[in-house]
Ligand binder design. Structure first.
Ligand SMILES: [Fe+2]
Length: 342
């Protein structure tokens, strides 16, 4: 992408994120990844009068190849973490999510914006205040609910007991101290009580497996009891899921993680055909998707910090909060949360 265009996008992002004169903003990168983003953010922040600098960590050494959530190059570097805690805002070009270091930086009051997706996607799903409003309306509904029930024509019928864990929203920018967000994003989520998820989830063809970055072709049937997956059945995808989960050798990987729905009318369900190698934020955000996930709940303050994490956005589901529909057959059911399609 043209560097001037990228700088303008980062300027818009930093304005939405409330960056102003005199603020201290650190751009965090590693190796030679996304150095063009780092330059663009530095130039944009400078134009807003912020005190900018770039913290660049070495490229990580090769690992076993599995995507290791929550392991970052900061873990062995407390001085670097301390510097990040002193900033008003950190622009994370590494993907720190689920790391202890990220939590410590947020706890110090530093807000964090992650930007790792391909630049054309950042451009197409530029955050807006209107989208934030619709996401926050969703979060208000979710905050008040005691139960969430998800159903589908394919046989999904699962109930999450809510109220234990906080509700989170992601809308692609962050202007509040200590708050994290991810550009691009537009969804709300919470988590069920540790022993409070029961039922069956049936993945249908076209549902999305992240981080595999692939679409389901044959149904996958999850049986869930007391917050844990007891059984996974189906065809090829079920075997791939089981094989992947087994590599973590961690029974907590079968716990139930965050759950919620997406609200970005500009995000495409077929997004993986455009950006097969990204983080899948477009898939997490597409309008009317219901996303459940498996594994850790430490992001919500829970005890499960397993590294085995799958996010699974599903199409054409219905989602009810205390019997009130939020999503019906893949469409947003609450007027204030809806986008008006022309
Ligand atoms: Fe997730």
């Amino acid at each position: 992408m043209d560097r001037n265009v990228l700088t303008e996008m980062c300027l818009e992002q930093l304005k939405l994120s409330g960056v102003h004169e005199g603020e201290k903003v650190i751009v965090l990168s590693q190796g030679d990844e996304r150095l063009d983003y780092a330059d663009a953010f530095l130039a944009a922040g400078q134009r807003l009068g912020a005190r900018m600098y770039h913290m660049r960590l070495p490229a990580p050494l090769p690992t076993t190849g599995a995507w290791a959530v929550g392991e970052t190059g900061l873990a062995a570097n407390p001085n670097a973490v301390n510097a990040l805690k002193q900033a008003d805002m950190v622009v994370d070009l590494i993907f720190l999510l689920f790391s202890e270091e990220q939590m410590a930086i947020q706890a110090a009051g530093t807000r964090i914006l992650t930007a790792v997706e391909p630049a054309p996607l950042l451009a197409r799903l530029m955050p807006t205040r209107q989208l934030r409003e619709r996401v926050e309306i969703g979060a208000e509904f979710l905050k008040k609910a005691k139960t969430m029930r998800i159903t589908s024509k394919h046989g999904t019928d699962v109930v999450y007991k809510l109220g234990v864990y906080p509700t989170m929203s992601e809308y692609g920018y962050t202007d509040e101290p200590g708050r994290w967000d991810h550009w691009p994003a537009a969804f709300v989520f919470s988590g069920g009580a540790d022993d409070g998820v029961d039922g069956q989830i049936v993945l249908a063809p076209g549902d999305v497996l992240l981080p595999f970055n692939m679409y389901v072709r044959e149904p996958v049937i999850y049986t869930i009891e007391k917050g844990f997956i007891r059984d996974i059945r189906g065809g090829l995808e079920a075997e791939l899921i089981k094989s992947y989960m087994a590599t973590f050798n961690d029974p907590r990987g079968f716990g139930m993680s965050h759950v919620g729905w997406g609200l970005d009318h500009r995000a495409n369900w077929h997004g993986l055909t455009d950006f097969g190698g990204g983080m899948g934020m477009e898939l997490r955000s597409f309008y009317g998707n219901v996303m459940f996930s498996t594994g850790p709940n430490n992001e919500l303050g829970g005890p499960n910090d397993t590294a085995c994490h799958l996010d699974i956005p599903m199409r054409n589901c219905s989602l009810f909060l205390d019997d009130e529909p939020m999503v019906l057959d893949g469409n947003i059911a609450v007027k204030e949360m809806q986008h008006t399609f022309k």
